[in-house]
Design a protein around this ligand. Structure first.
Ligand code: F3S
Length: 755
């Protein structure tokens, strides 16, 4: 059994008591998200009500899931934490590194040989530390989690932005960076700003061509890509209970497109049926016993505006199918207006490829609804005009769909079944196109459609819709086609119409699979060797960072004074560098190469104070390191915003930067720096930024009495012999000061474990 039934039972056993205690503290009825959050506080019982959107709270999630790209550095770090096993059930899913080229079998074989060392590492490290391992080809992380691990009332984190997919099964599931996964696997608290709550009330019942996907496409249009920031979106109302569990999953998955922390539905009979059909009737039976704790309090339904920070209402009976795009998922078009939008905006009307499936939309229901259209195309003698691909979300779905003839139906319209992996959804698509610069259109049932996301070509106009709309458009080969009102000409020259899609929510013969692709870890991993070749270019075991030397830091060289925006992408670029995610030394060659030097306005060109010459940032820093000289990076406002990539904090640490001094930090990056044993400091007076000169040598004083709330002193030694003193603030608490002293949070953890 892949899932941990005992863990789920213990979560349910303590949930009523914890929720009651929280209700007392809050003194009012509770929403579902609040119930789950308060039941997962790191420290219980609850002592205070937390302010939404303000308070930072420590949580204890039940599970961790990692995909293969982000798992590498997370697990390399975890190995230094001194634990024998992960503290909570955790899994690794090999889904991101498989490139879609020809079809499932050949693509998987190629990935297995190309990524062998990464897979060998992930399999062996999982085996050693008690982590469930899902092999390449087993499926996409979010679909596998929904089928096996998600449970109503649970809380998990996952190292992928679409982790909220598990909200379809009533779980608070949040996408995080690798550093957070390490904390939870190491048994440390996980911090989150108490989210605000957006309630989406669904009334009516869906019909015809409309599907669950259209709910989130509509919500994305209303809230836009930023509208859900720092909020949990909670769906409720009779319309919510009428949606299939996997449909709910689709909606929660794409909550990431509005920036939401996560999205969630309450436990209901649809979830119960899904649990039963995926071999988890015992979980459903346990959930039934505490059903009232897995749903919002009835008063919340009665007066939602009192309990949510914002309310949106959608009538499913009136909801039209939507098509969103191009280039952004919040540009929402109802089907009836789309053809006109295509013409007015001069988007290529000819559809070249329709792609269904992915983590977002590859449920049995999705596939049967799309297949019902494919079958009509065959029966009604329609020649399918566009290319068509299917990405099953898991081997279980693929095997069941094959058994039930669904894949065969797709192959009759020329559909190509790709590997059970991310593939084109994450840009792992070697698309064959005559001219990559030619403006062209594709449509997918995936979640993201940013420029170049799917095939790497900026000229591709990618639209997002439900699998049934994608299939209908692929048949027509035309984006101005409206399947509800328009006819198509068939091979006999007759005008034919597509009937409404018909789907089957759950397979009547049950799900089946021969080899799901799951490898359980060893009971006792102590003898298991983790496989990392010392000559590997992609993987490198981590050495613990050195502890603080116990003195003030003197004689630091200014590495760069960054001007303007500096995101984690400027600090540690993605793209071609992604292949070095598991090799700290190699990926460090991208350190700050995107940041603009305030002294010359150029990127990746800074003065080497030892030679007076200008060179690339990583090269200059390596020169300081070789000379045994520490350095300092100075930054502007909101330094380190963007993705929570831990490499952006590890790289400067690895190359010997000692402190980052900025006008202000993006909070997650600031915490990541602290975790890696760096000094993350802010100017007490932001105008002091201007005092930093290109040839400065800098001292940081006050470290021997480093205390919470007490600023440090910075001495700037200018080239002309003058010096200035300024103050630097910090936000280290007592625990974080110990991280600094130990060299990193993991060093401290390792020390504690050794005791
Ligand atoms: Fe993410 Fe798509 Fe894979 S959204 S998990 S890339 S299938």
């Amino acid at each position: 059994m892949a899932f941990d039934f005992e863990m789920i039972k213990s979560v349910y056993a303590r949930m009523p008591e914890r929720v009651e205690a929280a209700r007392k503290v809050l003194g009012r009825p509770m929403t579902l998200a609040e119930k789950i959050l308060y039941a997962h506080l790191y420290e219980n019982p609850v002592k205070q009500a937390f302010e939404r959107g303000k308070s930072y709270v420590d949580f204890a999630p039940d599970r961790v899931a990692m995909q293969d790209a982000t798992a590498q550095m997370a697990l390399l770090q975890f190995m230094t934490a001194g634990r024998d096993k992960v503290a909570v059930p955790s899994t690794v899913h090999c889904d991101h590194l498989i490139q879609a080229k020809i079809g499932a079998k050949a693509d998987l074989e190629e990935a297995m040989s190309k990524n062998k060392e990464v897979y060998d590492f992930l399999a062996s490290v999982s085996n050693k530390y008690g982590i469930g391992f899902w092999k390449p080809g087993a499926g996409i992380i979010h679909q596998v989690v929904l089928e096996n691990y998600a449970f109503p009332g649970g809380m998990m984190i996952g190292t992928d932005s679409h982790t909220p997919n598990a909200g379809g099964l009533g779980m608070i599931a949040i996408g995080v960076g690798g550093a957070d996964a390490v904390d939870v696997m190491a048994g440390m608290p996980w911090e989150l700003k108490m989210p605000k709550l957006i309630g989406v009330k669904l009334t009516g019942k869906m019909n015809g061509w409309t599907s669950a996907k259209d709910v989130i496409l509509k919500v994305a249009g209303i809230l836009t890509v930023k509208g859900g920031t720092d909020a949990i979106v909670e769906y409720f109302g009779e319309g919510a209970d009428s949606l299939s569990c996997t449909g709910k999953g689709t909606i929660c998955n794409m909550g990431a497109e509005i920036g939401a922390t996560t999205s969630i539905f309450a436990y209901d009979d649809k979830m119960k049926a899904y649990l039963q059909s995926t071999g988890r009737a015992d979980v459903a039976a346990e959930a039934d016993k505490i059903r009232e704790y897995l749903r919002p309090d009835p008063e919340v339904y009665a007066n939602p505006e009192k309990y949510y920070d914002q309310i949106i209402e959608i009538n499913l009976s009136e909801l039209e199918p939507h098509i969103n795009g191009p280039f952004t998922p919040d540009l929402a078009w109802p089907l009836s207006k789309f053809a006109q939008a295509v013409k007015e905006n001069n988007w290529p009307a000819k559809l070249e490829v329709g792609l269904i499936g992915s983590c977002t939309n590859s449920s049995y229901e999705d596939l049967t609804r799309a297949a019902s259209l494919a079958k009509q195309a065959v029966d009604k003698k329609l020649k399918v005009k566009a290319e068509f691909t299917i990405t099953p979300g898991s081997e279980q779905v693929r095997y069941t769909a094959e058994r039930d003839g669904i894949l065969d139906t797709f192959s009759k319209i020329g559909g190509v079944v790709l590997a059970n992996a991310c593939g084109p959804c994450i840009g792992q698509w070697s698309r064959h196109i005559d001219d990559p610069n030619r403006k062209n259109s594709i449509i997918t049932s995936f979640n993201r459609n940013f420029k170049a996301r799917n095939d790497g070509y900026a000229s591709t106009h990618a639209f997002v819709a439900s699998p049934e709309i994608v299939t209908a458009f692929a048949i027509a080969g035309d984006l101005t086609f409206n399947p509800i009102t328009d006819t198509l000409t068939n091979e006999n020259g007759e005008q034919v119409k597509l009937d409404e899609p018909q789907g089957i929510e759950l397979p009547t013969k049950g799900f089946a699979v021969e080899d799901a692709g799951y490898v359980p870890p060893a009971e006792d991993g102590s003898k298991v060797q983790v496989i990392v070749s010392p000559t590997s270019e992609r993987l490198q075991l981590l050495q613990p960072f050195p502890a603080w030397e116990g003195t003030d830091l003197k004689g630091l060289k200014l590495l760069i004074k960054v001007k303007g925006k500096c995101t984690t992408d400027h600090i540690s670029m993605a793209g071609p560098w992604l292949k070095y995610r598991g090799h700290l030394d190699n990926i460090s060659n991208n350190l700050l190469i995107g940041a603009v030097n305030a002294f010359n306005g150029e990127a990746n060109k800074v003065k080497n104070q030892l030679t007076g010459q200008y060179d690339e940032v990583p090269k200059v820093q390596r020169a300081y390191k070789a000379a045994g000289i520490g350095s300092i990076v100075v930054g502007d406002e909101n330094y380190g915003e963007g993705s929570s990539r831990e490499h952006a904090a590890m790289e400067p640490r690895h190359l010997g930067v000692r402190a980052i001094l900025v006008k202000s930090f993006a909070r997650i990056h600031e915490t990541n720096l602290k975790k890696q044993g760096m000094l993350a400091l802010t100017f007490e007076n932001p105008a002091d930024y201007d005092k930093i000169q290109e040839d400065d040598t800098i001292d940081i004083l006050g470290l021997t009495t480093f205390t919470e709330g007490v600023p440090l002193t910075i001495v700037l030694h200018h080239k002309d012999g003058s010096k200035e003193e300024i103050k630097a603030k910090h936000s280290y608490n007592a625990q974080q000061i110990e991280w600094f002293k130990a060299g990193s949070a993991l060093n401290l953890m390792g020390k504690l474990m050794a005791k």
